[in-house]
Design a protein around this ligand. Structure first.
Ligand code: DHB
Length: 556
């Protein structure tokens, strides 16, 4: 039960039964009741034994938006492949605001167990809920890649929630997945779980939101911004649990913890971080698509130069209390990487000698990557060449183009690409969302840039662009650290040492942001040794951390 509902119940008890005030409730709460009897039983093999799991499927908002039967084609993805021209059929028009709830039968009467809230948002695109527990399938609780097996074994409730995000086209043809829709929907899912806490297995005070990449970004945005009133108008619009029509809230939407993998977060600043980190080594050989024009090179330099003032403006501190700047960020990356190398060695990894092959597989299937950056003696790192490490990463997976995220309609780039379709109004295909992308917009009539608005970025974003500013803010965890928002107390963040989908600097900034938030109890952050852009590769470590964290927090 949410804190505010408890307070309401207490007030009613204090006033006595004769003077019971009407319990404040959301406009749609009566239709959002969990039906405990409405489930199917799925039998799976968990560690070779049959285990029954109850599966519930429900729409989690009072005013779900009906989607078009065919969802629009997407732009160029991170691999650089040309965009599809075909749409994708969507069988259930309400899938994006639907969730699957899986209850191991052993936990059916357990009101205190944790709820693992898995979110989608891959590529920052809309998605329905995933079918993560399948009849007859084998699950293994001791595997490092089977989060479902580990969760079932631990007796946690698994919730897998769809959400709107970019690419969501409503039946009336409007684009209803623009930022911050994914965050709003995930919060609505949390609210559904709180509204029904008394009748559902699991505790809504022990929700762990988890996802990978776009889903990691969604997880950290929700985890940072608990109970923030800035989302209330959006939550009221979709009839989220505990929202009045007028936008008052009677329920909380904070979460207990997050397990976030390679979050593609802080989109408004991810381009400058990317060029600050990789710009010096950009060449046609290591960029997707294989072309790097003079405009790309000039853009890269401009973006890189803007990073220091941004990162310094956050006001974060390193572990030793010194300020986080571009210079100390570089040292912090080396230091986290060094720690990870030594941990990997302690766990049995072998580091090839200089000139020997790392034996990792490139994204294009190539396998030979010689070590020219890491020297280890007696299980300790004695030399780590930062520049050569970044070259190694970019040879395993080619870099994104310039800019990496606000990539559409500028710098000569073709097609809809980057993250642009996440921004703009519900009738805009895309919008530029950074100073560089906006000021360099090349397409007349698209609604972005000085050519269409008469405003450069600085003037636009502080004036007519208030909606865009709000879109950027409400998907950005940095906007909520050390504010009145109820930030999750426990954070587990991983990003692979081979992952080039966003800069390491973005993930370290997130870590230092969480570390700076005085309410946070624990942040467990690692660059995961030799992991690519992926998640759930360390399930034993993550679930051990979670079990310890839950035990330390005590009963909900
Ligand atoms: C994802 C990957 C990206 O490179 C990106 O920019 C956004 C999302 C993803 O895998 O979800």
């Amino acid at each position: 039960m949410g804190k505010k509902l408890i307070a309401c119940g207490l007030a009613a008890a204090l006033l006595g039964t004769t003077a019971l005030p009407a319990m404040a409730a959301g406009a749609h709460d009566a239709t959002l009741k969990f039906d405990a009897e409405n489930f199917e039983v799925i039998t799976v093999n968990l560690d070779g034994q049959p285990v029954n799991v109850r599966k519930y499927t429900t729409v989690y908002v009072g005013k779900p938006i009906e989607m078009a039967a065919v969802q629009p084609p997407r732009g160029v993805g991170p691999s650089g492949a040309p965009p599809s021209t075909e749409g994708t059929p969507l069988a259930d028009p309400f899938a994006y605001q639907t969730m699957n709830i899986y209850v191991p039968e052993t936990a059916a009467e357990d009101g205190k167990t944790a709820i693992l809230l898995q979110v989608r948002n891959s590529g920052w695109y809309a998605a329905g809920p995933a079918e993560v527990v399948e009849a007859g399938k084998d699950y293994v609780s001791t595997s490092d890649t089977d989060a479902t097996g580990a969760a079932l074994k631990a007796g946690y409730i698994i919730v897998n929630a769809g959400s709107r995000s970019r690419g969501a086209e409503a039946a009336d043809s409007t684009l209803v997945g623009k930022a911050p829709a994914a965050v709003v929907d995930a919060k609505a899912a949390v609210r559904y779980l709180r509204l029904n806490d008394a009748t559902m297995p699991g505790s809504a005070e022990r929700i762990i939101i988890t996802g990978t990449s776009g889903g990691g970004a969604l997880s950290v945005a929700v985890a940072a911004s608990g109970n923030s009133a800035e989302y209330y108008p959006y939550l009221a619009e979709i009839g989220a649990a505990g929202m009045s029509k007028a936008g008052e809230s009677f329920l909380n939407d904070d979460v207990f913890a997050t397990l976030a993998y390679c979050p593609i977060t802080d989109l408004g600043n991810a381009d400058t971080a990317y060029e600050w980190q990789y710009g010096f080594l950009r060449s046609a050989d290591n960029v997707v698509g294989g072309t790097l024009t003079d405009a790309h090179k000039a853009g890269s330099a401009k973006l890189a130069a803007a990073y220091d003032s941004y990162i310094s403006s956050l006001g974060y501190k390193l572990e030793d209390g010194s300020p986080l700047t571009a210079e100390t960020m570089k040292k912090a990356i080396v230091s986290h990487l060094t720690r990870e190398v030594e941990e990997a060695i302690a766990e049995g990894a072998t580091i090839p000698a200089i000139g020997e092959d790392f034996g990792v597989e490139g994204r294009d299937g190539s396998r030979s990557f010689a070590n020219d950056w890491l020297t280890v003696e007696a299980e300790k790192v004695t030399d780590l060449n930062y520049e050569n490490y970044l070259k190694f990463v970019s040879s395993v997976s080619a870099l994104k183009i310039v800019p990496a995220f606000d990539a559409t309609a500028n710098t000569g780039n073709e097609y809809l690409r980057g993250e642009n379709s996440l921004f703009g109004s519900s009738t805009d295909t895309y919008a530029n969302f950074t100073e560089y992308g906006w000021n360099n917009n090349e397409v007349a009539g698209d609604g972005s840039g000085p050519d269409d608005t008469g405003k450069n970025w600085a003037d636009y974003i502080t004036g007519d662009g208030a909606d865009l500013a709000n879109q950027l803010k409400l998907i950005n965890p940095h906007a909520f650290f050390n504010t009145e928002a109820d930030t999750a107390l426990y954070w587990y963040i991983r990003h692979g040492t081979l992952d080039r989908d966003t800069a390491f600097a973005v993930e370290l900034a997130l870590y230092y942001g969480v570390l700076s938030d005085e309410s946070v109890q624990d942040v467990n952050f690692e660059l995961a040794w030799m992991k690519p852009h992926a998640g759930n590769y360390d399930v034993q470590e993550a679930f051990a951390w979670l079990a310890e964290t839950l035990a330390a927090a005590g009963e909900p």
